[in-house]
Design a protein around this ligand. Structure first.
Ligand code: OXD
Ligand code: MN
Length: 617
């Protein structure tokens, strides 16, 4: 049976309704007709010289690495110092996600909402197919079957990505579980999978489009080779498409890290946390406890650093899996102090993108790694570079590492658990010089949803030229929510009803308070565990808190400062609520909320009014 939208798609593809014959190689991978037919359609569209299915074997991946080196797409690094590591450089015009060219193509514009760019789906399919048509001529079409989440997890979801880029194949093989096993587990009759077409074309920024069709489980990305735009399992599927699926299926796809804190008795409690970019999500996920805690036996375990899929488990609690299998982290600033675990993770089996190359020993370097930039180097643009004299940067500020999660010294033993991990606390956070205290707890779930919806971060001079501009980024999902954000807020409220008493507690943190001289007042990094500890104590009802208009704050003496060089007065300052400042904040929230019109849930409107009331009393 061919349904309405498939009929339109087949017409756009200029296809009659008979099917492209399937090759033996294909049918050995899967007998799933919905997959085989779609791959056939894509093959007819992009017209490759040959089709290769990624089976997940090391032999196949190794052959592809060799081919990529031969073609000049990868540079093999020093295999003694960095075994299995490679360097890739993107086109100069293609170094980051492009939000202005990222679209949600729902049938109704209203369903994309005011925070997304929208395009009409039928016209957009036609435009994208016209761009992609014949673009694989002379090339190979790689078909990547992948699972988001452990293959046997009932929470996992499957996708096929078709690409003409070996770089994409090799990155997907790190970031997701790929190959035959995925298809064998998925079965031959299931149609619940996400279609993803990537066509490099000419990397033409004028014709670059990252389009999502949530109602069709389809993603099409053309004219880019940059990870966030082309590793379709990540932001495109695991956040934009999955957030829409989650709304319809009563689960949540969130831009959150997942970590476990183990106490000296060996009990592990899990936390998820959402932060906008440049707020240290990967660092928090891989935190090393301060010495005093380490000596007592506290440990932190990483489950994920970017994305969390969560749903009500059989015991009624909220359970989370990390749908990814690797880390696609920002390299600059990663060093022995900021994140020793990340540094250890990227020593093998890693693909580096747009970092500097040291020609003396075939290793890599980026700003903030150490004080020894290469003298005889090549910068991210591929130009000779003497890091000891050059003004220009060696690595692009958004240069990345793609590294297997299993390399991480603190990877959780539950990382591949099909059931995931039970979540005790959800944390929101941003970068705020003032106003927002170090930590506070929401009054209840709906108030927590309000706290997430007003999340904001201040821009830095380096990023925008203007310091201290507050940007609202609800739940850190602004660029990643695949549908109307007002409906997304409503879905959060609905999840609270579904979870009831067993819902995790919701908190907000701010590691970035500054004094009058612009000096950070809280040490951050490993010492953030002191705050996580208070959060977990609150979840267990083991510690009291003071009620303020914005929520519950710690008493100063309840934040453990043993071994920490911080004045009591400073701690007091960052644990104080200034009503005047918060009234200003409330005005900013009110203005932001207007965007959502009638779609703003009444619960959030009420939360804002109640906050204003409490602040004025
Ligand atoms: C991001 C990322 O941009 O994780 O959030 O790459
Ligand atoms: Mn992210």
């Amino acid at each position: 049976m061919i349904n309405g939208s498939r009929c339109i798609i087949l017409k756009l593809l200029n296809r009659k309704f008979w099917l492209v014959p399937h090759s033996q190689e294909e049918t050995e991978m899967t007998k799933n007709e919905t997959m085989l037919n779609w791959v056939g359609e894509m093959r007819e569209l992009v017209q490759p010289d040959q089709v290769v299915w990624i089976d997940g074997s090391q032999e196949q991946l190794e052959a592809l690495r060799a081919k990529a080196c031969n073609d000049g797409d990868l540079i093999k690094l020093n295999q003694e110092k960095l075994p299995g590591c490679y360097l890739h450089r993107t086109a100069l015009n293609d170094v980051a996600r492009v939000e202005a060219r990222t679209f949600i193509c729902s049938k109704k514009e209203e369903d994309a909402g005011p925070t997304n760019h929208w395009k009409e789906p039928v016209e957009t399919y036609k435009m994208l197919y016209d761009i992609a048509r014949g673009s694989y001529k002379g090339k190979t079409m790689y078909v990547i079957p992948y699972s988001m989440g452990p293959i046997t997890s009932p929470y996992a979801k499957v996708g096929l990505e078709v690409t003409d880029s070996i770089y994409v194949v090799l990155n997907m093989a790190i970031m997701t579980r790929v190959g035959k096993e995925v298809l064998a587990h998925f079965g031959d009759t299931n149609n619940d999978w996400v279609r993803g077409l990537h066509a490099s074309c000419d990397i033409d920024e004028e014709k670059r489009y990252i389009c999502h069709f949530p109602e069709d489980n389809t993603i099409i990305s053309v004219n880019s080779g940059y990870g966030g735009n082309v590793l379709l399992g990540k932001k495109c599927f695991a956040l934009r498409i999955a957030s829409f699926q989650g709304k319809n299926e009563q689960w949540m796809a969130e831009h959150m890290l997942i970590l476990g804190v183990e106490n000296p008795k060996g009990e592990v409690k899990y936390i998820t946390a959402a932060f906008p970019s440049a707020c240290g999500k990967t660092n928090l996920a891989m935190l090393i406890p301060p010495e005093g805690y380490r000596k007592k036996g506290y440990k932190v375990w990483t489950v994920g650093d970017d994305i969390s899929w969560m749903r009500k488990g059989p015991d009624g609690r909220l359970w989370a899996i990390n749908p990814e299998n690797g880390f696609f982290g920002v390299a600059p600033g990663t060093n022995q102090k900021s994140n020793p675990n990340a540094l250890a993770t990227v020593q093998k089996g890693t693909i580096y993108t747009n970092v500097a190359l040291n020609l003396d020993n075939d290793t890599v370097w980026w700003e903030g790694l150490d004080k020894n930039p290469p003298k005889n180097g090549v910068d991210w643009k591929g130009k000779p570079w003497d890091g000891t004299t050059a003004e220009e940067k060696g690595a692009h500020p958004n240069s990345r590492f793609t590294a297997p999660a299993e390399n991480c010294p603190c990877i959780s033993k539950e990382f591949s658990s099909p059931a995931g991990v039970p979540i005790s606390a959800i944390i929101f956070g941003g970068r705020r010089q003032k106003t927002t205290p170090l930590v506070y707890q929401s009054r209840d779930w709906n108030h927590g949803v309000f706290v997430g919806s007003i999340m904001a971060s201040e821009t830095t001079a380096a990023a925008t030229g203007q310091v201290g501009v507050v940007r609202r980024d609800p739940m850190a999902m602004l660029p990643f929510c695949g549908y109307h954000m007002g409906d997304y807020f409503a879905h959060w409220i609905e999840m609270g009803e579904i979870l009831g008493e067993k819902a995790p507690k919701i908190f907000n943190v701010n590691w970035f308070r500054q004094d009058e001289n612009g000096k950070f007042m809280w040490p951050g990094f490993g010492d953030n565990l002191r705050v996580l500890y208070w959060i977990l104590e609150r979840c267990e009802d083991n510690v009291d808190a003071k009620e303020t208009p914005i929520g519950y704050l710690p008493y100063v003496e309840d934040i453990n400062t043993e071994g920490l060089d911080i004045e009591k007065e400073t701690l007091e300052k960052i644990l104080t609520v200034n009503n005047e400042e918060w009234l200003g904040e409330a005005a900013g929230i009110e203005e932001f909320y207007q965007k959502f019109g009638d779609k703003l849930p009444a619960e959030l409107k009420n939360q804002l009014n109640a906050l204003k009331q409490r602040l004025s009393n």
